[in-house]
Design a protein. Structure first.
Length: 83
């Protein structure tokens, strides 16, 4: 009786019809789709942060775009914290 059950179980599992195709895994495909979004979010959020930090060390005037940007170093911070 046990032998017949084992044979039936063995026959119940079907043979694979096709070999598994090698390609991009699900994880790789997910990264492929999400990476443009991550890059866009980084560009939108991180670039302005670094630009603001850069501008804080200069004498930049947005109302005078043709004026040469002068690098002041920590002078802006010394002036603000010294008052």
């Amino acid at each position: 009786m046990l032998n017949r059950t084992a044979e039936n179980v063995a026959r119940a599992t079907p043979e694979p019809l096709a070999r598994k195709v090698r390609g991009i895994s699900d994880k790789g495909l997910a990264w492929l789709f999400i990476s443009p979004t991550i890059l866009l979010l980084l560009a939108i959020n991180i670039f302005p942060l670094f630009w603001a930090i850069y501008l804080s060390f200069t004498k930049f005037r947005a109302n005078r775009p043709n004026e040469v940007v002068k690098n002041l170093g920590f002078a802006n911070y010394q002036r603000i914290l010294g008052d």
